[in-house]
Design a protein around this ligand. Structure first.
Ligand code: PEP
Length: 259
């Protein structure tokens, strides 16, 4: 897919305490190194719970692992009286390359609005952490046939006010909510339809050169046995994996989608 390095991202959600997280990460690192995974060709990132990040940093730095990692959310603010929130500055200091913004579980369970998520995207850039902006429609919207409009509206709101330079480094994950954790995977052509629509929208909002650089991921019940077909689509530059990222062998096989 042009010169966009594929990104295979694992969202652990609220699974794996800091002890379990280290075990999982060690297994993943061993499996990928046994398979001689070429990280310069296919980037791998994990998104553990906040409480795991310090341990992940220690392991990654100590063993010089080429794995990237990030937070599952961040505050729109950088510091202050925001009890329970985590600042992008803290994530940066822990070596996080990425942060998820607007995962459907945040949008639904925490009622995070498009406006708030746009502030979080900006907070991520302000702190030099690359946001992975998640967007996607629920089942009713899919059935009504307005999924493209719906998802593009989320994307437009999320990227409002960004510079072209920022948009070029942005990662956008298309995650149809009906396919998350359900075992129901969108067809590769559904992933391509949406990623192509998002890229076309980025051309309108920014320019063609920028849109050609933005990485677009698909997420929703990705497994080792369906990742190949999804990654073969021209506008799909990676996958965001939930459930299957908790199994080191399975996730490593997803990262090795080409073999
Ligand atoms: C996700 O949580 O981003 C996700 C895609 O989950 P799953 O792979 O389990 O559907």
């Amino acid at each position: 897919n042009f010169d966009r390095t594929p990104l295979i991202a694992g969202n652990w959600k609220m699974n794996m305490d800091h002890v379990q997280g280290i075990t999982l990460l060690q297994k993943l690192a061993w499996t990928l190194s046994d398979a001689r995974h070429d990280f310069s060709r296919v980037e791998v990132a994990v998104f553990p719970p906040f409480t795991d990040l310090r341990g992940v940093q220690t392991l990654v730095q100590g063993d010089k692992l080429k794995l990237a990692y990030g937070g599952q959310d961040l505050s729109a603010q950088d510091s202050g009286a925001y009890t329970g929130d985590i600042s992008g500055a803290f994530l940066n200091k822990l070596g996080c390359a990425y942060v998820l913004v607007g995962h459907s579980e945040r949008r639904e369970i925490h009622q995070e609005s498009d406006e708030l998520l746009n502030s979080k995207v900006k907070a991520a850039y302000r702190n030099e952490v690359t946001p992975v902006l998640c967007a996607g429609e629920g089942l009713e919207i899919r059935q009504a046939g307005t999924h493209v409009e719906h998802t593009l509206a989320q994307v437009r709101a999320g990227v409002a006010g960004l510079t072209a330079e920022q948009a070029a480094t942005l990662v956008i994950a298309y995650e149809p909510v009906w396919a998350i954790g359900t075992g129901e995977v969108a067809g590769p052509e559904d992933a391509q339809e949406m990623c192509a629509a998002i890229r076309a929208e980025l051309v309108e909002l920014f320019d063609a050169e920028t849109a050609a650089k933005t990485r677009l991921l698909y997420g929703g019940s990705v497994k080792a046995n369906n990742v190949g077909a999804i990654m073969a689509e021209r506008d799909v530059d990676g996958v965001l994996v939930g459930g299957a990222s908790l199994d080191a062998g399975e996730f490593a096989n997803i990262a090795r989608f080409e073999s």
